[in-house]
Design a protein around this ligand. Structure first.
Ligand code: NAD
Ligand code: IPM
Ligand code: MN
Length: 357
């Protein structure tokens, strides 16, 4: 049996808290299964700046490249706001270096979560945002900041758009077969190119219905009628903003995982939120985003949908039992929520064994 190598980047502030919660769940779900793995804990983000002066040390990058999957918790925070280098530079660099051009951010409202939403929703809310991750205004050159002037460049090539679009249409084929391109084609040249290229890709997927929405209007529909979406395809900056907004309708940003993929090499799994400096060290960070990121890894990198499903149902069961952190209105600690999820995994396994002897 292959022993998978998993790179572990815990990062800053709540990063290490939720990473250790996630790794406890990974250990629990792997016990008595034939899934074997080894963890490679690596310096990254602010923690790496403090140790070696770089947010993405060479050894971290090389080890990530040679691993079967990468787990990342969160980086950044006020400690490095005025430092020579920022932790965020490491995050952008690892995405670019590993060619992780597509970032999948799911918004799914399980039945157990309906009452946590700030808006009226049903469990038919189930969409993913496919966010282009290695181009656009985050990476476009030139970009400059002087005393009285600053500019950034939003730039896309047809190739970059095409490969992200293909991921979106392939995802849609396995889901509700609908893609919505979110852009600002009434203003931006890059968006006009997105429209042309994505339409060409759409022509190769006759089973998938395809429409477009301006980003301002899409932001409104995510709140008013989220049930209409299946796959939202969009560029880097719009995807960043819309995914935090979409997270909110599930009740908390602290519950949303993500997966970043390229055309080859290991995928990277991380919560969509940041290092939450305001709650770090208080033992109240919601670990669900990290635990779900681990479930996504088991399913997508290791073909272990069975283990992923065990994790998802144990999470939803613990939400049902009101074992939730303050972001979801509860009073449980990070550890208590993690304990509850692990207990549910163990109990449902025991039940399964009882039912099958
Ligand atoms: P944030 O996502 O860290 O926090 C926003 C709000 O959500 C805060 O009130 C926080 O307490 C809450 N929150 C986030 N995750 C939570 C969790 N798991 N449980 C409970 N509450 C949670 O955004 P921010 O405060 O704007 O950024 C803080 C730092 O994180 C910045 O340096 C930013 O650049 C960085 N950041 C990193 C990543 C990443 O590592 N991928 C993503 C976003 C932001
Ligand atoms: C995210 C974050 C990052 C981004 C920042 C920290 C660079 O907000 O992963 O969503 O904008 O991509
Ligand atoms: Mn973000």
């Amino acid at each position: 049996m292959k022993k998978y190598q998993i790179a572990v980047l815990a990062g800053d502030y709540i990063g290490p808290e939720i990473m250790s919660a996630g790794l406890r769940v990974l250990k629990a779900v792997s016990e008595d299964s034939d899934f074997e793995y080894e963890l490679r804990k690596l310096l990254f983000g602010g923690a790496a700046i403090d140790e070696v002066g770089e947010p993405l040390p060479q050894n971290t990058l090389t080890t990530c490249k040679n691993s079967d999957a990468i787990l990342l918790a969160a980086i950044g925070g006020p400690k490095w706001d005025h430092a020579l280098k920022r932790p965020e530079e490491g995050l952008l660099a690892i995405r670019k270096e590993l060619g992780l051009f597509s970032n999948i951010r799911p918004t799914k409202i399980d039945r157990s979560m309906i009452s946590y939403s700030p808006i009226e929703v049903t469990d038919s809310v189930d969409f993913v945002i496919v966010r282009e991750l290695t181009s656009g205004i985050y990476f476009g050159k030139p970009s400059e900041l002087t005393e009285n002037d600053a500019f950034d460049t939003m730039r896309y090539s047809a190739r970059e758009i095409r490969r992200a679009a293909k991921i979106a249409f392939e995802m849609a084929m396995k889901r509700k077969k609908h893609v919505t391109l979110v852009d600002k084609a009434n203003v931006l040249s890059t968006s006009k190119l997105w429209r042309r290229v994505v339409k060409e890709v759409a022509n190769h997927y006759p089973e998938v219905t395809y429409d477009t929405s301006y980003v301002d209007s899409a932001a409104m529909k995510i709140i008013s009628t989220p049930e209409q979406f299946d796959v939202l395809l969009t560029e880097n900056l719009f995807g960043d903003i819309l995914s935090d907004e979409a997270a909110q309708i599930t009740g908390s940003l602290g519950t949303i995982p993500s997966m970043s993929i390229g055309s080859s090499g290991p995928a990277l799994y991380e919560p969509i939120h940041g290092s939450a400096p305001d709650i770090a060290g208080k033992e109240i960070a919601d670990p669900i985003s990290m635990i779900k990121s681990i479930a996504m890894m088991l399913d997508n990198s290791f073909d272990r949908e069975d283990l992923a499903q065990e994790i998802y149902s144990s999470i939803y069961q613990s939400i049902n039992e009101k074992n939730v952190t303050p972001d979801l209105g509860g009073d449980r600690s990070t550890t208590e929520v993690t304990d509850a999820i692990i207990k549910n995994i163990k109990e449902s396994r025991e039940q399964y064994v009882k039912n099958n002897v």
